[in-house]
Design a protein around this ligand. Structure first.
Ligand code: ATP
Length: 958
C-alpha cells in the first residue's frame, strides 16, 4: 500500500481535495462502500502500522493549528481598562496635573502620581500573570481527559488519542462519541449525529452507510465530521480528512471568539467594586468640600481627597479573587474533580441535592457474572475480574444464554500485554500458580457489562471468536437506555438468527417462548412468574441482571420490531459490581452537610436498593422507590409533592428523559442540583443541572462536553470532596474580603477624624496606604485564599443560593474588626500628636513628631492586619483549635508585611519616599499589644457565638 491517496474530493462544488495533498476525483459521498476503501487506499481491516507511520509523516497529526497570540495582547490591554485601573489612571493623571499647577512644585505630589501609576502597572501585571496561568491551568486540565477514539488497525480494534488519526483509518463509532476527523460511513446502525458545532442545527440527523448523490459534503448523509457528536447508534467509517483539512478546520475560528464568562461570584465582586469606587469618590468629594473652606490650599486639598479615594479602592482584590478561585480549581483537580468552569466552584458550595448514577459512580463498574439462571436452575460462576479464569458450575444449560449474550456484544476482552487472548482454564494454572499473572491486567474495551458476559461465556467454554466466524453479524440494533435492549442479527448455516440482550422485564415482554429444562415451551404466566421471581432474587442480592433471548429469522432485512419480538427467553445472568470502598464515607459526609442524595439508575429497583443500602444512601426500612413507568403517570404537581416529601429516594428503571424531568422539578422547588451522567442522552440533564458532572474514565465525549465538572476517577467520593472544596473556596473569599475591607476602615477613619478635628495634615498618606494595600496586605490575602477547608465545613447546611457574598454577617464582621483597628490607630495618632504639646496649626509635613505619628499609624495597621489575618481564619471556632500557626504561608506573608513596614520605618531612601521616621521598641510593643487585643476581641465574639448557638447555622461569620 503506498502513501498516495488518489482520487477523492469532498465534492463541495469547488472540488476541494478531500484529503490534504490528494488529487481530484469523485466525491467521497458518491462512492459505493467497497470503493471507499479502494479510493482511500485502506481496507476493512484498517491500515497497517507501516502505512500509518507513512501517512502520519505526510499529513501530520490530526490537530487544528494552535490559537494565535493575539489573545495575550488583548488580555494585557484588558487589564488597563477594568474599572479599578481606570479610576486609578484618572487619579494619577489628575495628580500629575496638580503637580504641574503647584508653585512651588511639591515632591510629594509627584510621588503620589508616580505611585498611583505604579499601582496600575503592578496590578495589571499581577492580573495578567494570573489570567495567563489560569489559561495554562485550563489547558493542562483539559489534557487530563485525553480525547480518544477507537480504530481498526492491522485488523485489531485499538483505542488511541484522536490526534493520531490519519486519512484511511477505519474508525469505530458509538453513541456518545465525539467525531475526531471527517469520515465517510461504511456501516451505520441507526446512527444519528448532532452537527451543531458545524451547522448550528442542534437536532440529531440520521446517517447512512450507503452512497448518496454529489453535492455539498456537509449535507452528505453518509459523512460525519470532526467536532460533531454521535448521539445514537453505532457504525464504522473511513477517515478522509484530518486536522486543518477537515470542515471544522476550515471554519475554525480562534477560541478568542468566545468571550470568557464571568461567574456570579465574579459579577458580585465587580458590582461591589463599582459601589466601593463610587463610595470612595463620594467620600473624597465630601472631605474636599469640608477641608477647602478651612483655608487649605486648593491643590493640596484636592490631592488629599484623591489620596483618600485611592485608599478606599481595594486594589489587590480582583487578582486575589482569581488566585483564590484558581487555587480551588487546582485543589479539586488534585482530588480527581476537574472543573471546567469557575462557576462550578461556587455552585458546588451551595449544592443541596446530588442525583447520582449507580454503576461506576457508587460501584466500581467492575462486573463479574457470578450466577446464571437458565431453564429454571441457578448455576454459580467462579472467578473474579475480567480474567477468563473460573468455571460455570454446570455450563450446559447456560451455554445458549451466554452464546446469545456473548455474540450480542460490542465490547472486547483485552489480554494483559504479552498474555494470551484465548480463555485460560483453571486447570492450566499449575500448582506454582505461574499463569496466575494472567489474572491481572485483563481489560475490557467498551461496556463493562458486556465485558462480564464475554468473560462468563469464556468460562463456560465458549470460543466466541469461532462462533462469530461461523455466524457473522449482519445487522445490529444498538443498546439505548430508553429501550434497555440491544440486538444483533447473524447469518447462520440455516438462515439468520437474532440475539437480543437487555433488562429482564423489557426482554421478557417481547418473548413468547422459553428454553425450559432443555425444551422450548410457550411462555405461560406461570413461567413468566418464575422468571420474575428468579430476577428479583438475583436483584435483591444487589446483582445487576441481564437477560438474553433469540429467534430465527427468514432474512436479514427484518426491521427492529420484528427482530425484537416473538423471542425465546434463554435465561438470566447476575453480575456483581462491588461498591466503591470510599463511597460510604462520602455519603455520610454529604448527609452531615445537609445534601440529599438521590440515586438515579436504569437498573432494577431491588438491585438499586441493595446497592443503596450497602453504601448508606438508604437507611430507612422503606425508601421511596420511583420507577420510570410510575414517573410517567405523575403530573408536575404530584412529582413536586413527591420529591419534596420523600427523604430517601431511589429512581429506578428510568431513562435520561426521566432524569431531566427530575432535575428540572427539583430546581423549580429551589434546590441546587448536581447530577451525574455518562451517556450521550444524559447531555440535556447535565446541561440543565446547576452542576453537570460527567465521568472522565467511562463517560462519553458528549457527556463530558455538556458537563461543567468531570470526575477523573468516576467516583461519587470525588463529588463530596469537590463540594467540600467548593464550600471552602467561598468561605476563603469571604475571609479575605473581611480582611481587606477591615483595613480600609482602619485607613479611612483616622483621616475623617483628623478632618473633623481640624488637624491640617493627614494621619496616613496616600502613598502609605498604597504600600499597605499592595504591599503588606496582598500576600496575607492570597494566603487566606489558600486556607485549607475548616474541619467542620461539611457539618453545616448548604449555603442559601440567595445569600449574597456580602451577607449581613460579613458586613458586621468587617465593621467589628475594622472598627477596632480604626479606633486603635486613631488613638495612637492623636496620643502621639498631643503628647508633643505642639498646637495643630504648627504642624508641617517635615515635623519629626508628625512623621513618627504617621509611621505609627501605618505600622499599627500592618501589625493589626497580621492579627486580623489570624482571626478571620475561622468563622466560629477558636483559631487556637485549628492551630494559630497552622497556615505557614499566612505566617510567612504576615512576616513579610511587617519586615516591609520595618524597612519603610528604618531605611533612609524609604523614609524619604514615605515621609516616615524610625520607631523604637516601645512603639512596636504598643502596636503589637493592640493587635493582640483585636485577636482577643474576635475570639471573644466567636466564643459568644458558640455559646449562643452551639451548632453552626447558615451564612454565619465571614
Ligand atoms: P446506572 O449507571 O445508574 O447503574 P444503568 O447503567 O443501570 O444506570 P443503563 O445503562 O440505562 O442504566 O441500563 C439500563 C438497563 O439496561 C440495565 O439495568 C441493564 O439491564 C440493561 N443494559 C445495560 N447495558 C446493556 C447492554 N450493553 N446491552 C443490553 N442491555 C444493557
Amino acid at each position: 500500500m503506498g502513501t498516495g491517496i488518489p482520487v477523492l474530493t469532498s465534492g463541495d462544488g469547488g472540488r476541494r481535495p478531500a484529503t490534504p495533498g490528494g488529487t481530484h476525483g469523485p466525491a467521497v459521498q458518491t462512492l459505493p462502500t467497497g470503493d471507499v476503501f479502494t479510493a482511500l487506499n485502506t481496507s476493512l481491516r484498517g491500515l497497517t502500522s507501516a502505512e500509518v507511520a507513512a501517512r502520519r509523516n505526510r499529513f501530520g497529526p490530526n490537530e487544528l493549528p494552535p490559537a494565535g497570540r493575539t489573545g495575550l495582547w488583548r488580555d494585557l490591554a484588558g487589564q488597563f481598562t477594568d474599572l479599578f485601573a481606570v479610576v486609578l489612571l484618572v487619579a494619577s493623571a489628575i495628580t500629575f496635573l496638580a503637580y504641574s499647577l503647584q508653585d512651588p512644585h511639591e515632591a510629594g505630589t509627584l510621588q503620589l502620581a508616580v505611585a498611583i501609576l505604579g499601582v496600575v502597572v503592578l496590578n495589571a501585571a499581577i492580573g495578567f500573570a494570573q489570567e495567563y496561568s489560569a489559561e495554562r491551568t485550563a489547558q493542562s486540565l483539559q489534557a487530563m481527559v485525553p480525547h480518544t477514539c477507537r480504530v481498526l488497525r492491522d485488523g485489531e480494534r485499538q483505542e488511541l488519542p484522536a490526534r493520531d488519526l490519519v486519512p484511511g483509518d477505519v474508525v469505530v463509532l458509538e453513541a456518545g462519541d465525539a467525531v475526531s476527523a471527517d469520515c465517510r460511513l461504511t456501516e451505520a446502525h441507526e446512527v444519528s449525529v448532532n452537527n451543531a458545532a458545524l451547522t448550528g442545527e442542534s437536532d440529531a440527523v440520521g446517517r447512512t452507510g450507503e452512497p448518496v448523490a454529489a453535492g455539498p459534503v456537509l449535507q452528505a448523509r453518509n459523512c460525519v465530521f470532526m467536532g460533531t457528536d454521535v448521539v445514537a447508534g453505532s457504525g464504522k467509517a473511513v477517515v478522509f480528512a484530518t486536522g486543518a483539512a477537515t470542515e471544522f478546520g476550515r471554519i475554525f475560528r480562534l477560541a478568542a471568539a468566545a468571550p470568557r464568562q464571568k461567574t456570579p461570584l465574579q459579577r458580585q465582586v465587580a458590582l461591589m467594586a463599582r459601589r466601593v469606587a463610587g463610595t470612595a469618590l463620594a467620600i473624597g468629594a465630601a472631605l474636599f468640600a469640608v477641608r477647602l473652606p478651612t483655608g487649605q490650599p486648593f491643590v493640596e486639598t484636592f490631592v488629599f481627597a484623591l489620596g483618600v479615594m485611592v485608599a478606599l479602592v481595594p486594589e489587590g482584590l480582583p487578582a486575589t479573587l482569581s488566585v483564590s478561585l484558581a487555587i480551588g480549581v487546582r485543589r479539586m483537580a488534585r482530588r480527581h474533580a476537574l472543573v471546567k468552569q469557575l462557576l462550578a466552584v461556587e455552585a458546588l458550595g451551595s449544592t443541596t441535592v446530588v442525583c447520582t448514577d449507580k454503576t461506576g459512580t457508587l460501584t466500581r463498574a467492575e462486573m463479574t457474572v457470578v450466577q446464571v439462571w437458565a431453564g429454571g436452575v441457578s448455576h454459580a460462576v467462579s472467578g473474579v475480574g475480567y480474567a477468563p479464569v473460573g468455571e460455570v458450575a454446570d455450563p450446559g444449560p447456560g451455554r445458549e444464554l451466554l452464546h446469545a449474550a456473548g455474540l450480542c456484544c460490542n465490547a472486547r476482552l483485552v489480554p494483559p500485554p504479552g498474555g494470551t487472548s484465548r480463555a485460560v482454564r483453571p486447570r492450566e494454572i499449575d500448582a506454582g500458580g505461574r499463569l496466575q499473572s494472567d489474572r491481572e491486567g485483563w481489560r475490557v474495551l467498551g461496556d463493562t457489562t458486556e465485558g462480564a458476559l464475554l468473560v462468563a461465556a469464556a468460562k463456560a467454554g465458549l470460543d466466541l471468536a469461532a462462533e462469530e466466524a461461523a455466524a457473522p453479524r449482519v445487522a445490529e440494533y444498538p443498546f439505548d437506555s430508553a429501550r434497555k435492549l440491544m440486538s444483533t442479527v447473524h447469518k447462520t448455516s440455516d438462515g439468520y438468527s437474532a440475539y437480543v440482550k437487555g433488562a429482564p422485564q423489557e426482554l421478557l415482554a417481547r418473548c413468547t417462548t422459553i428454553d425450559w429444562r432443555g425444551e422450548r415451551q410457550p411462555l405461560t404466566d406461570e413461567l413468566r412468574a418464575a422468571v420474575t421471581t428468579a430476577n428479583d432474587k438475583l436483584a435483591s442480592q444487589g446483582l445487576r441482571v441481564l437477560a438474553a433471548a433469540s429467534r430465527p429469522l427468514a432474512d436479514s432485512r427484518a426491521v427492529r420490531d420484528e427482530v425484537e419480538s416473538g423471542l425465546t427467553f434463554l435465561g438470566l445472568a447476575g453480575m456483581l459490581d462491588p461498591p466503591r470502598p470510599e463511597v460510604s464515607d462520602a455519603v455520610d459526609a454529604c448527609r452531615r452537610a445537609g445534601i440529599r442524595i438521590v440515586m438515579v439508575t436504569g437498573d432494577h429497583p431491588l438491585t438499586a436498593e441493595a446497592v443503596a443500602r450497602r453504601v448508606g444512601i438508604v437507611r430507612q426500612p422503606a425508601p421511596v422507590v420511583l420507577t420510570g413507568t410510575r414517573l410517567d403517570t405523575l403530573d408536575d404537581d404530584d412529582l413536586d409533592a413527591l420529591l419534596a416529601a420523600s427523604g430517601e429516594l431511589l429512581l429506578c428503571r428510568v431513562s435520561p428523559e426521566h432524569k431531566m424531568r427530575v432535575v428540572t422539578t427539583l430546581q423549580r422547588s429551589g434546590e441546587v442540583v448536581a447530577v451525574t451522567g455518562d451517556g450521550a442522552n444524559d447531555a440535556p440533564a447535565l446541561k440543565h443541572a446547576d452542576i453537570g458532572v460527567a465521568m472522565g474514565a467511562s463517560g462519553t465525549d458528549v457527556a463530558r462536553e455538556a458537563a461543567v465538572m468531570v470526575l477523573l476517577d468516576d467516583s461519587f467520593a470525588s463529588i463530596a470532596v469537590a463540594v467540600r472544596l467548593g464550600r471552602s473556596v467561598y468561605q476563603n473569599i469571604r475571609r479575605f474580603l473581611v480582611y481587606v475591607f477591615s483595613s480600609n476602615i482602619g485607613e479611612l477613619v483616622p483621616i475623617v477624624a483628623a478632618t473633623f478635628a481640624g488637624f491640617p495634615l493627614v494621619p496616613i498618606t496616600a502613598v502609605q496606604i498604597l504600600a499597605i494595600d499592595l504591599g503588606s496586605d496582598v500576600l496575607p490575602a492570597l494566603a487566606l485564599g489558600a486556607e485549607p477547608p475548616e474541619p467542620d465545613v461539611m457539618d453545616r447546611p448548604p449555603r442559601s443560593r440567595r445569600e449574597r457574598l456580602f451577607s449581613t454577617a460579613v458586613m458586621r464582621r468587617i465593621l467589628f474588626l475594622g472598627g477596632i483597628q480604626a479606633l486603635g490607630v486613631t488613638a495612637v495618632f492623636f496620643w502621639h500628636i498631643h503628647a508633643s504639646g505642639i498646637p495643630y496649626s504648627d504642624f508641617t509635613e517635615d515635623d519629626p513628631v508628625y512623621r513618627e505619628a504617621i509611621t505609627m499609624v501605618q505600622a499599627g495597621i500592618v501589625l493589626s492586619q497580621f492579627f486580623n489575618a489570624l482571626a478571620v481564619r475561622t468563622d466560629r471556632q477558636s483559631v487556637f483549635r485549628i492551630g494559630l500557626l497552622s497556615n505557614p504561608w499566612l505566617i510567612a506573608a504576615g512576616c513579610f508585611g511587617i519586615t516591609l513596614m520595618a524597612a519603610i520605618s528604618y531605611l533612609p531612601p524609604l523614609q524619604a519616599l514615605f515621609n516616615t521616621a524610625p520607631l523604637d521598641a516601645a512603639d512596636w510593643a504598643v502596636l503589637a499589644g493592640f493587635g493582640a487585643l483585636l485577636l482577643s476581641a474576635e475570639e471573644t465574639r466567636k466564643w459568644w457565638l458558640r455559646r449562643r448557638r452551639p451548632t453552626s447555622a447558615k451564612g454565619e461569620g465571614g
